[in-house]
Design a protein around this ligand. Structure first.
Ligand SMILES: C[S@@+](CC[C@H](N)C(=O)[O-])C[C@H]1O[C@@H](n2cnc3c(N)ncnc32)[C@H](O)[C@@H]1O
Length: 230
């Protein structure tokens, strides 16, 4: 599939907003802190870092979740390999990627590395920084995820809001997420929408609500395996 880059607006000149989905790519308050709360901490990271850990994501966007994870991995001093697979239908242009990541000083060197490797990543689907291997699966996740050979220990479910981007939260896709999750794996998302929670439960996950980030009261944590497992 030929990748189509998204048309963007910019909120406060800093946060990309998809014109197609009429939704921002991350929290208007602080996208990086949101990534740390919703995707790292709620998946038990960095405590669960170990050689060979596999993280997967629906919606790569500007790569903020990825870069936040990469930075945490490097800071943890963990040895070995981290696999990060992301699924994205509409990859940003390099110019939009630069603009989106520019406000996040704390990850600037890693962001620069990603920007420098962006056209290669779009061409090959692969990118590496130290021991962290990123694979970007370009295309509609409803098509690319069923073909994926991997299984993740942690999932970042980061589509646009379920009301605006329902295709990234539908039952069949979340069943594929469950299938592509290791036992005792987890999946987290910023949304606590009933439709999403039900689809995760129907897929086979144990589902809980947790404290949300910023103005969101609740978010969702899903676990594969026995209910009481840590
Ligand atoms: C909220 S943004 C993700 C933000 C991103 N995780 C980050 O750290 O910057 C949602 C992403 O889902 C992507 N998306 C929407 N529908 C999709 C689909 N059917 N398949 C794959 N990606 C999709 C959008 O293009 C967008 O990049």
């Amino acid at each position: 599939m030929k990748a189509v880059s998204p048309d963007l607006d910019w909120k406060g000149a800093q946060v990309p907003v998809s014109k197609q989905f009429d939704d921002p790519y991350y929290s208007l308050e602080n996208g990086l802190k949101e990534a740390q709360h919703v995707f790292l901490a709620a998946n038990g990271l960095p405590d669960r870092f170990q050689d060979g850990l596999s993280i997967a994501e629906l919606g790569f966007g500007a790569g903020l979740n990825f870069l936040t994870t990469l930075q945490a991995w490097q800071r943890s001093g963990q040895e070995g390999q981290l696999q990060f697979a992301s699924f994205e239908a509409y990859p940003l242009t390099q110019a939009d990627l630069i603009r989106a990541l520019q406000p996040f000083d704390i990850i600037a060197p890693l962001a620069q590395e990603l920007v420098d490797g962006w056209s290669d990543l779009l061409r090959t689907g692969q990118w590496k920084s130290g021991d962290v291997n990123l694979s970007l699966n370009i295309g509609d996740a409803r098509i690319t995820l069923p073909r994926w050979k991997g299984r993740a220990n942690c999932w970042y479910l980061d589509g646009f809001s379920p009301a605006k981007n329902p295709e990234l939260w539908e039952a069949d896709l979340l069943s594929e997420v469950f299938f592509h999750t290791e036992n005792e794996g987890t999946a987290t998302t910023y949304t606590a929408a009933g439709y999403v929670r039900r689809n995760l439960e129907d897929a086979g996950f144990w589902v809980e609500r947790a404290e949300g980030y910023g103005r969101k009261r609740h978010m969702t944590v899903a676990r594969k395996g026995s209910k009481d497992a840590e």
